[in-house]
Design a binder for this molecule. Sequence first.
Ligand code: NAI
Ligand code: MG
Length: 491
Amino acid sequence: MKRYGLYIDGAYVEAEGGRTFETANPYDGKAWALIAHATAGDVDRAVAAAKAARRGEWGTMTASARGKLMVRLAELIEENAASLAETEVRDNGKLLAEMSAQTRYLAEWYRYYGGLADKIEGTVIPTDKKSIFNFTRLEPLGVVAMITPWNSPLLLLAWKLAPALAAGNTAVIKPSEFTSASTLEFMDLFGKAGFPKGVVNTVTGFGADVGAALVAHKDIAKIAFTGSDLSGQKIYEAAARDLKHVSLELGGKSPNIVFEDADIEAAVMGAISGIFAASGQTCIAGSRLLLQRSIHDRFMKRLVEVAGAARIGDPMSPDTNVGPVTTPPQYRKVLDYIEVARNEGATCVLGGKPYTGPGANGTQFVEPTIFTDVRNDMRIAQEEVFGPVLAVIPFEDEEEAVQIANDVDFGLAAGVWTSDIGRSIRMAERLEVGTVWVNTYRAVSYTSPFGGYKRSGIGRESGIDAVREYLQLKSVWIATETSTSNPFVIR
Ligand code: NAI
Ligand code: MG
């Protein structure tokens, strides 16, 4: 079996004591590689390397030089996109078609923030004090811990690492225990690009041991996390003990809202892309479909027709539309929620069970599943399933659509399908979410801020302002004349 070491201070190393754990291929359920299982001592070494790099060569390099390294890294990502994608598909079961596009695209985050590195400027402040020159500096936070989930490991890492590096921080990364391989392979490109040792480090293991040790480490300045709301909450609580900075991206229960004046065919495709792409395992999944009553039956007929024709099978094959669920616990969780929805009285109009037909190699396939007659207070409408399960909720008018859409704890994203421009703007204003898509769904870019309202998270990733999440502001006061005025009163 292939064996992956930790990446600390510019080199791949075994974990202390040589501990490892297995990682499986979701398509056949079989273990395909051994991943080093870090100890608390390994976490210490990684954080120490990142701290030394921050104070050493990386910390004294010009911002332009830092940016150039990032642009070089972007080129190397493009050159290695195909092999990184293949590793990811083997480890997390996402479609090769999607993963290939994603690994190429993630280069843009490093290029964009590489360009930004030497444009991070303080200001000169015209103060009310005489004989004072006051300016600000934007400085890096220090060592940032980055904890990522299994659904899109390298992309979700880029959203954190690119702005953090542009700002001059160093990093210790803890990928998901289910999908550590791609991040470990990616580390090699930093050496090739010419980054100083210790700027990026990766420690692998489980959340409760390696993740928790990293979060609790006294030399970590900030934790950037993507994952479940419960893990995010634990991390936030732990970070509070040392007053560490955090940014959290925690999933959602996003509404895809279709009005009677929408382009129905486009909205059907949008609904499918929202929930069945990536087998529903995306934080932005449009897992609640809100349908205006007047088009409900017509829409459902077409939706079931298209979703029912999805080809399920090998994620490496270019013809596959829906691949396996990534992890065994996630597979059980999805099936449990299907049971919950049935018990709550929702009507299953498509799927609703494990898929065992042609192309189902292993045991982690769930049929694309659609429930109608869902009420928004049911668990299937309130809790994140993170699988190919759609809850359809009818509404009467715009007012009711807004009320249902906002009546959840989450607030990550929403889709609005309408041909009325005024309505699209009214909806965009009234939806309590970090991203609104009108007549499209699941679009993201390095240029545009992304993040959650309410229980979907804290902070923003991507876009020009995201670099601020990795900076702290210092105010410098310089007297232009010496003063001997009364020292016992404030200046
Ligand atoms: P998780 O949130 O437990 O894991 C995400 C990452 O956090 C992993 O690297 C894990 O090792 C780490 N982690 C977990 N607990 C930690 C702790 N106490 N301290 C430090 N690090 C910790 O997600 P999991 O268990 O893989 O998936 C569970 C659910 O989370 C899914 O069913 C889905 O609902 C949601 N999820 C949301 C994602 C999103 O993109 N927002 C991504 C993946 C999962
Ligand atoms: Mg795996």
